[in-house]
Design a protein around this ligand. Sequence first.
Ligand code: HEM
Length: 296
Amino acid sequence: MTTFQPGLFAEPGRSSQYLEYRLKTASLAELRSALKSAVTPVDGAFIAVAFGSACWDLLQPAWRPAQLRDFTTQSSAEGHRMPGTQTDLFIWVHGEDRGDVMQAVVQVGEAMAKVADTVLDLSGYKTRDARILTGFVDGTGNPTGDKRVKAALVPEGETGAGGSYVIGQKWTHHLREFLDLSVTAQENVMGRTKDTNIEMEGAKMPPDSHVARTDIDVDDVPMKIYRRGTPYGDATDKGLYFMALSCEQTRFEHLIDSMLGKGDGVIDAMMRWSDAHTGSYWFMPSQPDLEAMLAG
Ligand code: HEM
């Protein structure tokens, strides 16, 4: 199997930093050199890098991931928006120890300052029981073992094998209003119980719940993705950074269409309590493909 970038499947990943960049005017040699410094291994932290469509073409004109396109603004009939704020580069630093992660983040920041403007620099965290700010457990429906590799990586034999399409969206919640709902109403929004984290079954699963809108098949293929997002922030600016890896960008696009009610008009109830503020797609090449891009 083509080697993927380090740490993609390392869990739980209690500490994360999500960094998004727009390129400044710099030579290709400067960009390559900055990226090489940025991804130099740091003990206790993983540093993974992914490229937006325009940046990909700069660094690797010889070939491109077949489905890599920019994230464009999407809306539902009720006016919920998922804005497209496409950035050029995404760097995900994660590990278990905040100090180790911060050492890597400082290295990345110093290296990238010469060639790119920082658009997003967000600290994510994972609680012991993986509960997000709304109190629900996040990540349970993630595939495990071989299934997560199948969901996350472009398969052998295809262009970009060992790489992943990546989505990043910064969300905030209408937290007070959501928590003022009865627990039953909150559970109906999510499609899982809150304390016991059990998926609702059969007729009990509301068709507009988040799980009903995201546990979907298209042409008999389950739209499985591997989610690595976490809650982020501090006492004032806080929410969820939704980040996920997939073998196909179209899986994200189908999931987003489903949440926005495209096709059947059923809108994900979660969108009444959460707002998306950013949205980008990138491609995270395999380790050998990354090395080839940085070598020029
Ligand atoms: C504020 C934003 C979001 C929040 C708070 C959120 C939260 C959750 C929670 C609590 C679950 C149930 C537990 C689990 O299986 O992990 C879940 C499931 C899931 N979410 Fe989200 N999510 C958000 C956005 C999104 C977006 C934008 C997508 C897709 C583009 C998505 C895709 C999924 C998928 C695929 C599942 C698993 C469904 C299953 O197979 O059971 N989520 N999410």
